[in-house]
Design a protein around this ligand. Sequence first.
Ligand SMILES: [Zn+2]
Length: 116
Amino acid sequence: MDKRDIFVQIEQMEEQMGAIYSELGQMKKQIIELLEENNRLSIENQQLRKLLKNDAEPPVVVPHIHVTAAQAKELTGEGYDNLARLYHEGFHICNVYYGHLRTEGDCLFCLSFLNK
Ligand SMILES: [Zn+2]
């Protein structure tokens, strides 16, 4: 095998590696999109289940809705826990990137939101 053949082979390998590298990047993007979609669908599913449950037990109609301080605290507490859980599962909960996968570690927007 002469030197020219080796260089041609190396160039071909470089091209192949470049192609594989860009394919890898594409796959990474697709995985991120799928994870984000999965997250959106989970949230939607959870909300639909809540609606179904509410339909099964029709709410008592009252002229004025009084939410006690304890109930309000419970409601916001539950919402906070869900958001905290989402964040720890790797998703943004800030209004800047809400629902997107956190690909670069902690997000200052999310953290300031959690610390409120
Ligand atoms: Zn964020």
